[in-house]
Design a protein around this ligand. Sequence first.
Ligand code: CA
Ligand code: CA
Ligand code: CA
Ligand code: CA
Length: 499
Amino acid sequence: MRKNRPAALTAASFLLLTGAGVAAAPAASAGTPGSTHANDRNSDYNGDGHEDLLVGAPGATVEGHEGAGLVTVQYGSSRGIGTTRVARLSEASTGGDGTPEAGDAFGATVASGDLNSDGYDDAVIAAPGEDVDGQRDAGRVTIFWGTKKGLKPGLSDWIEAEEPRAGERFGTGVAAARFSGATEGDVLAITDRDELDTYTYGDQPHIPAGRIFQRQSSQRLDGPVADGARAAARRVVLPKSLTTGDYDDNGFADLVVSGVTTGDEPGHGWSAYYSGHTEGLTKERELRGGPVAATGDINGDGYDDLVTGEPDSPDDGGETLTGGLVGVRYGSAHGPSPRVEWWSQGSAGVPGAVERGDRWGADLSVDDTDKDGYAELAIGAPGEDVGRVADAGAVWVLRGTPRGLTARGAASWTQNSAGVPGFAEKGDKWGAQVRLADPNRDRRFDLIASAPGENSGDGVAWFLPGTRSGVTASGSWTFGVKTLGVPVSGAAFGTAIDE
Ligand SMILES: [Ca+2]
Ligand SMILES: [Ca+2]
Ligand SMILES: [Ca+2]
Ligand SMILES: [Ca+2]
């Protein structure tokens, strides 16, 4: 994975910027700041080449304020992640820019990217429950800047909506990638309930904190699609998540805003695909599937592939049960395919059976767990019952091949599986978040799966190593509030894991 851009490249890119006004798309290879493809997305805050793990605990009590929220950062190394090199950051760490208050939910959504293109990834942490200027739940986003020593208290900036409004929940979704040629580094995308804003880092001295980002564009999420043709009946989608990748492999990252419909036919998962190019993001089309989304190259053809999860669909895409549905759209020169491959626990070869309330697809992650060049798909089903234990939860990994996703070799685990620490308990909701990450840089991505409901809502995460044969329970271990020094009682650790 990328990091530490060479000086020569920096100079060349700078010349290009000043000469042409708009930077050309970078070669799609490691070593350039900014990420385009899903597999050069990174979360390396100290620039040592090892991915670091950012986990949100939005329910955590900070300075006596319940639900103010915090995040933990576990720094990667050749030995992977552990519980010793850990940072804890909250609004109390911002040096006065932010103040922890009850219900802020700092850490409810998180993202990473190199926003100031200095070779260190920066952490983007939203507090959608933040009250701003007396506007309840207007929301705010904090950026902790990466350095050689990682993320540091006091080294942060923030962004709020230009006109904060009650209930808008700015920061509902956050993502960072190189969506345009406006900067050398990543562009920050933030949604609230009805708008998508993108921001570029200004790098101008003497600008007050929180104003160093320039809003590059703002568009309504229910706005028109490109060329306006064939726009269906105006569909209002409440956004829930963002994912990025280069679905059309044009050298700029694309964005998918994923959510659920409101209004006449509520509760259906829909996503909007925005293509990235030199100027910025253009809304191309709306796609059935969501409100969960993840990206990676499953069939290894260089075009990123889009995966959506619909854990609570009212119709399961035409099926009769509501156990959850996962959609796969392969990338092409025209972006994610209009053709969708639907998967459920009822698909041939997939372990398990479809049961109402499983919430299969409640979270997804895509990356290569066995280093064969084809990304695997991790799927969480926090509503899965284990025996008679309700909502204990389970996780799956389905393999990627040159022909796409396959059920052959699919695996699933519960907390009762051999080699997995813990016991399946009612309401653990294991698999509420899943993340494939490679902190030891062996190119076999490990599975991190969290249970925010574990231990009466404190939250715990499991680490299952990626090996020559993919993810395995052997050698798995857990970490959580106690081992990472987070105040217990309802911290909901693991509610968000940076993708
Ligand atoms: Ca690192
Ligand atoms: Ca940076
Ligand atoms: Ca592909
Ligand atoms: Ca693979």
